[in-house]
Design a binder for this molecule. Sequence first.
Ligand code: FES
Length: 131
Amino acid sequence: MPIYSQKVMDHFTNPRNVGEIENADGIGEEGNPVCGDMMTFYIKVKENRLDDIKFKTFGCGAAIAVSSIVSEMAMGKTLEEAMKITPRTVADELEGLPKNKFHCSNLGAQALHKAIDDYKKKQKKAEGGKQ
Ligand code: FES
């Protein structure tokens, strides 16, 4: 079993922001075909900031810890700031991930970015509809 930092163990055993948001403004799903793990992020946006974030993760312990920390890192941030969250900053925030678990941090950053992209697409559509 890989050696995890205290922070990974904390977020794995007590993940923050687990769940689903009804009527989410954006939804992002990311999976890894190799390990089969899946992650979905739900976001609510208010005045260009992430007002609420929830996630559902079917995956390894590291993937659960990653989702939890990503939700904390992104909460309250502007969409631009949240887009700057990368697998590297996620792993750093978790005080490191074992090498063979680094791909788990990709899932978190990508699922969040996809949720933001989804929100932006919906916004564009809504704006288009008004004209
Ligand atoms: Fe695939 Fe962790 S083993 S996300």
